[in-house]
Write a protein that binds this ligand. Structure first.
Ligand code: F6R
Length: 607
């Protein structure tokens, strides 16, 4: 993953590069660094840990120069030490890299054989040495890069700085995103338009295999066959402002609280409230011929897809295949002609999901992308863009993107049912009404924040936690466990409630809190039976249900969380709130870094 930013211009760059890195921290934050070309020398400042350490380093030892590259890292090869922090450099060049050079071992051995000395454990350093060798052999920067690129296997976005050419940066991309920004007398490279927000809005997205020579005057792009090409310049619409936390202590909490508004905002594109009809933002797209749906995503987005499987089967009666993207790619998935593939992603850049999209596209599937970043690779490559309007999600743990994904997927399932003529009298109207109730119900769920905070202590001391649910509450159980794991570092698992007796019930004792998600409704009794099996074995249950459910089954639980009573269609959106708040308050009680938990990054652009 990692974030890259580069500037070639006439004014000092270090502070602006650091600002670009702040905007890219969502891509990784275990070390960072900047290199500039100044006075005929390449100089670097690097620091392990969060960006604030690099800022301190720069304050103590400023870095002059009008051309530079910068990097924030999520470690793949080599631990998050200062030595492994990018940029990697020789006397001649400095390189920042996002991605993985898969053949780096062979290249490294070859370079060591020729006497090159390595100072890091990274795959990236081979690029610095390979380019440097060419430069030392007399190639100009363009020639050197042209020679080296075909030798690199894997995925990369690169920005390269040359000691003898302070008026130039070269970038390249294959598999990892890279954009070029055009300024006045300056040119920029960035992992995305967001990084360049304060610098320019004029952005060109590089295609796979492109490489680019940037100077103060502009940029020349070459395709993978080294032919000069033009890439369209678009206006990004990204402003220079960093999203603030408002009055909230963490981005995650702010984002949890934004859900009523952003879900309403999202639904506006998918519901005709007056006509009581579902609709798509691309109305001319005919869904009636869709015979099979394949849903592919990762992490929280995958759980949104898992909920959607229930809806597609229930409303549209189409068979649904569901897979995590990292598995889908390496199976031999059978996709029928006329199938629809739905990729779901907050960032729109997750490497595995993007690869699955490309694979399915090559197999002739129609691709619908439910994405939150409208300028992302998935948004640009899909046939049908179904945006979520969650706004920037900064907290690493996904919250508001999840509920917006659910809103879009429910509307899409209903659109498919409509296109197939499956709705009986009034059914579509009912769906529109229930979805329309979601924002208010989310608001009502947020009112229980304080009581959830009070009971977080019951979970914060645990070593293991189980989450149980049935039907669409099963993916929520998985999501609850994921949220708790990633931000509080407590081991947690989600199970289909009915599966407990097939093995996991052996884990139950008085030290393992069991969180049961069971809104009253058709599956309530069944889930409660499973809950009672847990209680009969000394298990300590926290029940999340509505008033009726708590009245019926709350006795004997160590705690209960009362939700508003809602229609089953919107229950997954509403019950996401207590699941998120519980994880949040447990993490705060444990004192972990809620917005930037250890070992993680917001955008996962490596396989
Ligand atoms: C968990 C979380 C991750 C992401 C996953 C997919 O809170 O945020 O599991 O959901 O990395 O990311 P996107 O949705 O950007 O493809």
């Amino acid at each position: 993953m990692c974030g890259i930013v580069g500037i070639v211009g006439r004014e000092e760059v270090a502070e602006r590069l650091l600002d670009g890195l702040r905007r890219l921290e969502y891509r990784g934050y275990d070390s960072a660094g900047i290199a500039t070309d100044h006075g005929g020398r390449i100089e670097r400042r690097r620091a392990s840990g969060k960006l604030v350490n690099l800022a301190r380093e720069l304050a103590a030892d400023p870095l002059p120069g009008c051309t530079g590259i910068a990097h924030t890292r999520w470690a793949t090869h080599g631990g998050p030490t200062t030595n492994n922090a990018h940029p990697h450099a020789t006397d001649e060049v400095a390189v920042v890299h996002n991605g993985i050079i898969e053949n780096f071992k062979a290249l490294r051995d070859e370079l060591i054989g020729r006497g090159r000395v390595f100072t890091s454990e990274t795959d990236t350093e081979v690029v610095a040495h390979l380019v440097s060798e060419k430069v030392e052999a007399g190639f100009d920067p363009v020639g050197a890069v042209r020679e080296v690129l075909p030798r690199l296997h894997g995925a990369f976005a690169l920005a390269i700085l040359f000691r003898k050419h302070p008026d130039m940066l070269i970038g390249a991309r294959l598999g990892s995103p890279l954009v070029v920004g055009y300024g006045e007398g300056e040119t920029y490279l960035g992992s995305d338009a967001l990084a360049l927000g304060p610098l320019t809005q004029r952005i060109a997205y590089l295609d796979e295999g492109d490489w680019v020579v940037c100077t103060e005057e502009g940029a020349q792009v070459y395709d993978r066959d080294n032919k000069p090409v033009e890439r369209a310049v678009t206006i990004s619409g990204v402003t220079g402002e960093l999203v603030s936390k408002g009055n909230h202590r963490h981005y995650m909490l702010k984002e949890i609280y934004e859900q009523p508004i952003v879900v309403a905002q999202t639904l506006r594109s998918y519901l005709q409230r007056m006509e009581e009809r579902v609709t798509l933002p691309i109305p001319e797209f005919d869904l009636s011929a869709i015979k099979r749906v394949t849903i592919v995503a990762c992490g929280t987005s995958f759980y949104a897809g898992m909920v959607a499987k229930y809806w597609f089967e229930q409303f549209a009666r189409v068979p649904v295949d569901l897979d995590v993207a990292s598995e889908f790619r390496y199976r031999a998935p059978v996709m029928e002609p006329g199938g629809l593939m739905i990729v779901i992603s907050q960032s729109g850049e997750t490497a595995d999901t993007l690869a699955a999209l490309r694979h399915a596209k090559a197999e002739g599937q129609t691709i619908a992308a439910v994405v939150n970043v409208p300028t992302s690779s998935m948004a640009r490559e899909a046939d049908l863009l179904l945006p979520t309007h969650a706004g920037p999600e900064i907290g690493v743990a996904s919250t508001k993107a999840f509920t917006c994904q659910l809103a879009v997927l429910a509307a899409l399932a209903a659109n498919l049912a409509h296109a197939k003529g499956l709705f009986k009298d009034g059914e579509e109207r009912q769906i529109v009404r229930h979805l329309g109730e979601a924002p208010a119900a989310l608001n009502a769920a947020l009112a229980y924040d304080e009581s959830i905070q009070e009971m977080a202590g019951a979970v914060a001391g645990a070593r293991d936690v189980l989450y149980l649910g049935r039907g669409t509450d099963y993916p929520l159980a998985l999501e609850g466990a994921l949220k708790l794991k990633e931000i509080s570092y407590i081991h947690a698992e989600g199970y289909a409630a009915g599966e407990m007796k097939h093995g996991p019930i052996a884990l139950i004792d008085e030290n393992v809190p069991v969180i049961v998600i069971a809104p009253s409704g058709p599956l309530f009794e069944k889930t409660v039976s499973n809950m009672q099996e847990v209680q009969a074995r000394g298990g300590k249950v926290i029940l999340i249900s509505d008033y009726d459910g708590i009245q019926a089954a709350g006795e004997g639980c160590i705690a209960t969380i009362t939700m508003p009573k809602v229609h089953p269609l919107i229950a997954p959106l509403v019950y996401a709130v207590p699941v998120q708040l519980l994880a949040y308050h447990v993490a705060v009680a444990k004192g972990t870094d809620v917005d930037q938990p250890r070992n993680l990054a917001k955008s996962v652009t490596v396989e």
